[in-house]
Design a protein around this ligand. Sequence first.
Ligand code: PCA
Length: 217
Amino acid sequence: MNSTLPILVSGFEPFGGDEVNPSADIALALHGAQILGAPIHSCILPCTFSNSIELLHHAIDSVHPQLVLCLGQSSGRIGLSLERVAINVIDARIADNAGAQPIDQPVMPNGPAAYFSTLPIKAMAAELRACGVPVSISQSAGTFVCNHVFYGLMHRLATHFQTRGGFMHVPMLPQQTARHPGEACLPLDTMVAGVRVAIERAMRTQLDLNETGGEFA
Ligand code: PCA
């Protein structure tokens, strides 16, 4: 892998009535930084089914990244959450930012049922743990716009063999807990540092660690 090729990091605009989305703040904070000599390009995606994948693909085509990490805000996750799999289903619990609420639709009508992340998620999780950042492996990215974009990313990268990609959900920011009582949160600085560490470990790791990130049902 050519380590000087850029890294693409995406975040989402706020949704569901929130005024901020930590994924966008993290992506913007990393824009222009370098990791192991590779410049980071960030883009903010709309929280819409209609054009989020198209805009991500446009960013991939203009940046030519060696690695893509898409970020999204989660609810109910304690720390940073590395997604294992994107599924070919949309089942929106709320309307997206354009008012669309598709139910039981495929992301790609002729696509496979699922794609796995091609990032070394176990190694990334181990690195974050070693740095004291709360982290877990997630077996489901949900069925809303994050899973949609994750699926669209992996569908595109399935024929871009030089580019690895995956998805990380992040918890809320402390200022969001007034609107979301009881939700876990992390300070922005901790999440920015954590995403940086995770990307760096991914760049240094070709073969993922063989350690458990599994769960009981
Ligand atoms: N989180 C939502 C969509 C955008 C975001 O940041 C999700 O988990 O699907």
